[in-house]
Design a protein around this ligand. Structure first.
Ligand code: NAD
Length: 485
């Protein structure tokens, strides 16, 4: 085992979980055992919540300009340790080193945004009648929790950590049990940056801890990122317990390609979007709808896809079950009559025979009712459907229950605008394969890709992580009619 068994992180220290139960943390790159992760219990969560509750009064009373100083420092530490953190991300998640570096760079951008929060959260004040002022302030909630998935071991935790904590909250993080190593490194960097003990805590585990978080009376808000199935469970359970909740779910993102699209650029973008991070991004292109004759572009997509080589510029998928699930989808499409133009099944990387790789896969002549057209595959697979009109393409996109992202490739501004207006998705790209809005714009889908109000990052997150205090003051004795009392 490469690393010692993992512990929880409570009140600034690594502490053993109360249960002896553990899971193995295995590298998808070569199947090697990295560590073990404890399956913590409600008692461990209680300890973490208590530490967070104790840290909250002092932390939340600091002015925000003082709180963000920790994040200026954290940003420089992320820059200093970029390669070390990226190596850890790569090791536990299986993505390529370039993708892991980009992930840590995104953490830096997210932190940079948090350092600008003092400029964004100033409240409002107005003299509402002679000598009487109304004023609003953003007040932190208290102890909050963040539950995260396996596909971005560093970035998704950093969607919530810098903003929620800079805004004055204390946090319990529940990492994915598949990739729990990066979070401990993040905790160490936060401590080195000067974050007081107890403000950020990690409780490792699985369903039991997630349920305990949703039920804990002292946790005010829960953010969740993961599959739609679990997002629904968490949203329902947390709100049933009167907590504020925001739960981001799965996705099935459609790229609509029009015949006038620039061939080379479109093909490169489609392939990068479907195969980047081995297709394990909630923003990955999973379905393409060719409108009219786009055979010339599909030919280029095939050429581009063949340049994507497992173990070279394509990472592994998270585990054996994922590999089997993805390969099952491809087999089912073939059986249902679709044409496999590039087949990633059975991919092997020399010297890494226990790694879990799936090669890039391009499936053509997919029908909207096939499972590869409807369901989230979460692998480097693109399912191509064909329509005669843009409205038919939009009908396919809009019939899908998810609504994270959609993109259009065209040179026609009017048609692009029509698709922006009519696609039912929270994030739209025009000639962009992965339309992630960069800070200060916020990240969040629609429909079954997100449950709750507002978005998880950017300016929108301010509303989620704070509550508004409204005060009305009158100090002037000549303030005129006392119209409220
Ligand atoms: P997942 O839903 O299996 O797990 C997410 C978290 O929930 C983990 O911490 C896990 O321990 C916990 N969990 C799992 N099953 C649970 C259950 N039954 N009850 C309570 N908690 C449970 O997701 P994953 O496989 O880790 O991540 C992949 C999924 O996440 C994909 O569907 C992907 O689209 C989605 N995702 C969405 C976004 C977004 O922004 N919408 C971003 C990243 C990933």
């Amino acid at each position: 085992m490469k690393y010692p068994p993992l512990k929880n992180y409570i009140n600034g220290k690594q502490v053993a979980a109360s249960s002896q139960k553990t899971l193995e943390v295995v590298s998808p790159i070569d199947g090697s055992l990295l560590s073990t992760v404890p399956l913590s219990t409600a008692k461990d969560l209680n300890d973490a919540v208590q530490a967070a509750q104790e840290a909250f009064p002092e932390w939340s009373r600091r002015p925000i300009k003082e709180r963000v100083q920790v994040f200026f420092k954290y940003k420089t530490l992320l820059e200093r340790d970029l390669n070390a953190l990226a190596a850890l991300v790569q090791e536990e998640n299986g993505k390529t080193l370039g993708e892991a570096v980009a992930e840590v760079e995104k953490c830096i951008e997210l932190t940079e945004f948090a350092t600008s929060l003092p400029q964004l959260v100033s409240g409002e004040v107005l003299e509402v009648s002679k000598g009487v002022e109304c004023r609003t302030e953003h007040v932190p909630l208290g102890v909050v929790a963040s539950i995260v998935p396996f596909n971005f071991p560093a970035m998704v935790p950093n969607w919530t950590i810098p903003n929620a904590i800079a805004l004055g909250n204390c946090m319990i993080m529940k990492p994915s049990e598949k990739v729990p190593l990066s979070c401990i490194k993040i905790a160490e960097l936060l401590k080195e940056a000067g974050l007081p003990d107890g403000v950020f805590n990690i409780v490792n585990g699985d369903v039991e801890i997630v349920n305990a978080i949703c039920d804990h009376p002292a946790i005010e808000a829960v953010s969740f990122v993961g599959s739609t199935k679990v997002a629904k469970i968490v949203y329902q359970r947390a709100t049933h317990n009167y907590k504020r909740a925001l739960a981001l779910g799965g996705a099935k993102n459609h790229l609509m390609v029009l015949p006038d699209a620039k061939e080379d650029m479109t093909a490169a973008n489609v392939v990068a979007s479907m195969s980047g991070c081995a297709g394990q991004r909630c923003m990955a292109a999973s379905a393409m709808v060719g409108v009219g004759n786009v055979d010339h572009i599909i030919d280029k997509i095939v050429t581009e896809a063949k340049k994507v080589v497992p173990g070279v510029n394509l990472g592994a998928v998270i585990n054996k079950e994922s590999k089997e699930r993805i390969e099952r989808y491809i087999a089912e499409a073939e059986k249902d009559g679709a044409k496999i133009l590039v087949d990633g099944r059975g991919a092997k990387v020399e010297g890494k025979e226990n790694g879990t790789y799936v090669g890039p896969t391009v499936i053509d002549f997919v029908k909207p009712q096939m499972s590869v057209a409807k369901e989230e595959i979460f692998g480097p697979v693109i399912s191509i459907m064909r329509t005669n009109t843009i409205d038919e393409a939009l009908e396919i996109e809009n019939a899908n229950p998810y609504g994270n992202a959609a993109s259009v490739f065209t040179q026609n501004g009017g048609l692009a605008r029509y698709i922006i207006d009519h696609a039912s998705a929270g994030m739209i790209g025009v000639n962009v394969g992965v339309p992630v809005p960069r800070e200060p714009f916020s990240f969040g889908g629609w429909n079954e890709s997100k449950f709750g109000v507002g978005d998880i990052t950017g300016k929108s997150s301010i509303e989620f992580w704070t509550k508004l205090k409204k005060s009305t003051t009158k100090w002037n004795p000549e303030a005129g009619v006392n119209w409220m009392s």
